[in-house]
Write a protein that binds this ligand. Structure first.
Ligand SMILES: Cc1cc2nc3c(=O)[nH]c(=O)nc-3n(C[C@H](O)[C@H](O)[C@H](O)COP(=O)(O)OP(=O)(O)OC[C@H]3O[C@@H](n4cnc5c(N)ncnc54)[C@H](O)[C@@H]3O)c2cc1C
Length: 386
C-alpha cells in the first residue's frame, strides 16, 4: 500500500527546522518590521534598510538553490515566512510573497541555466522581482492581454502597458507577459525577463491604495523596447503555461498573507480585550467577547489547515490546484472578517490610526482581489469538482 505524502496529524505540526525557521522570522518581524509599519504605511514606501535585512536573512531567496546563493528551503518555508511577516505587516508580506512564490518559482522552473545563473543569484543577493501580467483591459481574463512582442531578427520589440504591478518601484527584474501573435490567442503569450533601465521601458503611475500602502503598485510602459531573444523565459508561446503554473502556487502565498493578517489582528484583539476595562472589569471577562475571540481563533485555524495543506501537497509533488484555490478564497474571507471584528473589539480606538487593527482591516480587502478574485477561485474549484 502506498504511503501518504504526509501524516494528516502533522499538517500544522512543524518539524524542528520549520519551527526554528518560523521563530527566526517571527522574532525578526516583531523586532525589525513592527516599529516601521505605521511610518511605511503613511509614507507609502518600503524602508530601504528593511529591504536589505530581508535579503541578509535569506528571506528573498528561500527556494533558490545554494549554488546560486539562495537558502535552498522549501515552498512550505516560503509560506511560513509570508504568514509570519504578514501577521506584522501584510505590505511587506506581499513583497516577500511575489519575490518567492511568483518570480523565483517561475525562474526555477522555466529559466535556462544561463538565465538561472544571472538572475537567481541576483534575486538571492539584492534584487527584487516583479511579475507583470495584468493590463487595463485584461484582469480576470488575463490572457486577453494586449502588450505586443514583435520579432525583429534576434530581438523582440515590446509595446504596451501593464497595470497594477506589485514591487515595480523597487524591482530590478520584471517577468513580463506579452503576445507574439494575437491571432494565436493564449498560445501567443510569451514571458520575457526584462531588466530595469532597459531603453523603452519606464514606470508609469504609482497607485494610491486603500491598503498595503507600503507595497508599490505601478504601471509599466513599453515603447519600442528592444528585448534580446535570449531573455525569453521558457519558450515563445508558452507564457500562458508559466502564468497558470506560477499563479497556482502564488495563490497559496496570498492565502498565507491573509492567514498571517488574521492571526496578527486576533493577537492585537486579545491583548486589547485583556487590557481594556469597562463596567469594572476587563472586557475579555464578558462571555460575548470570549465567544467572539474563540470563533475568530477557530476560523484562523481552519484557514491555516487549508493553507498548510495546499503548501504541503505542493512540496510533496501532489495535485494542489483545488486546495490552493480553496485556501486563498477561505483565508481572504477569514482575514476580512477577523480584521473587522478586531476593529470592533478595540471600540472607537479600532477606528483610528493610533492602533494597528485599522490598517489590518484596510489591508485585508486586497486578498479577495489579486492573484485571482474570489469568483475566479470559485470558478477553479467548480471546474475541478463538477
Ligand atoms: C494592489 C494590487 C496589486 C496587484 N499586483 C499585481 C501584480 O503584481 N501583477 C499582476 O499581473 N497583476 C497584479 N494585480 C492585478 C490583479 O491580479 C487584478 O486586479 C485581478 O486579477 C482582478 O482583475 P481586474 O482588476 O481587472 O478585475 P476584473 O477582472 O475586471 O473583475 C471585476 C469583477 O468582475 C468579476 N468577474 C470577472 N470575470 C468574471 C467571471 N467570469 N465570472 C464571475 N465574475 C467575474 C470579478 O470577480 C470582480 O468581482 C494587482 C492588483 C492590485 C489591486
Amino acid at each position: 500500500m502506498s504511503q501518504p505524502a504526509f501524516q494528516l496529524a502533522a499538517l500544522t505540526h512543524l518539524s524542528d527546522d520549520e519551527r526554528m525557521f518560523r521563530d527566526t522570522v517571527r522574532s525578526f518581524a516583531s523586532a525589525e518590521i513592527a516599529p516601521l509599519v505605521r511610518s511605511m504605511d503613511e509614507a507609502q514606501q518600503m524602508d530601504e534598510r528593511l529591504l536589505k535585512q530581508l535579503f541578509d536573512l535569506g528571506l528573498m531567496g528561500i527556494e533558490i538553490p545554494e549554488r546560486y546563493g539562495g537558502s535552498e528551503g522549501s515552498f512550505f518555508e516560503s509560506i511560513l515566512a509570508v504568514e509570519e511577516i504578514s501577521s506584522v505587516d501584510p505590505a511587506v508580506g506581499v513583497l516577500v510573497d511575489v519575490q518567492n512564490t511568483l518570480c523565483i518559482n517561475a525562474l526555477r522552473r522555466w529559466a535556462n541555466e544561463e538565465q538561472k545563473k544571472r538572475y537567481l543569484s541576483r534575486l538571492a543577493k539584492d534584487t527584487i522581482g516583479a511579475y507583470a501580467l495584468s493590463e487595463a483591459t485584461s484582469g480576470s481574463d488575463a490572457f486577453a492581454l494586449e502588450t505586443r512582442a514583435v520579432r525583429q531578427g534576434e530581438n523582440y520589440v515590446l509595446n504596451g502597458q501593464k497595470l497594477w504591478i506589485t514591487n515595480a518601484k523597487e524591482a530590478g527584474i520584471f517577468i513580463v507577459f506579452a503576445t507574439v501573435d494575437r491571432s494565436a490567442g493564449y498560445k501567443g503569450i510569451t514571458a520575457f525577463l526584462v531588466e530595469r533601465g532597459l531603453p523603452g521601458f519606464t514606470l508609469g503611475r504609482k497607485e494610491d491604495k486603500l491598503g498595503i500602502r507600503a507595497s508599490s503598485t505601478c504601471e509599466l510602459i513599453f515603447r519600442d523596447c528592444v528585448v534580446p531573444g535570449s531573455q525569453v523565459l521558457g519558450e515563445p508561446g508558452k507564457g500562458y503555461k508559466i502564468a497558470i503554473e506560477t499563479l497556482n502556487e502564488g495563490r497559496i502565498g496570498i492565502g498565507a498573507q491573509m492567514l498571517g493578517l488574521a492571526q496578527g489582528a486576533w493577537q492585537h484583539a486579545v491583548r486589547w480585550a485583556k487590557k481594556r476595562k469597562q463596567f469594572g472589569k476587563s472586557i475579555v471577562e464578558f462571555q460575548a467577547m470570549q465567544f467572539q475571540l474563540a470563533e475568530m481563533a477557530m476560523e484562523i485555524e481552519a484557514a491555516r489547515l487549508l493553507v498548510y495543506n495546499a503548501a504541503r501537497l505542493k512540496d510533496a509533488g501532489e495535485e494542489f490546484l483545488k486546495e490552493a484555490a480553496m485556501a486563498k478564497y477561505f483565508a481572504s474571507q477569514v482575514a476580512e472578517r477577523v480584521a473587522s471584528l478586531a476593529v470592533e473589539v478595540y471600540g472607537g480606538s479600532g477606528f483610528v490610526k493610533d492602533y494597528p487593527v485599522e490598517k489590518l482591516y484596510r489591508d485585508a480587502k486586497i486578498g479577495k482581489i489579486y492573484e485571482g478574485t474570489s469568483f475566479m477561485q470559485l470558478a477553479t474549484i467548480a471546474k475541478l469538482m463538477l
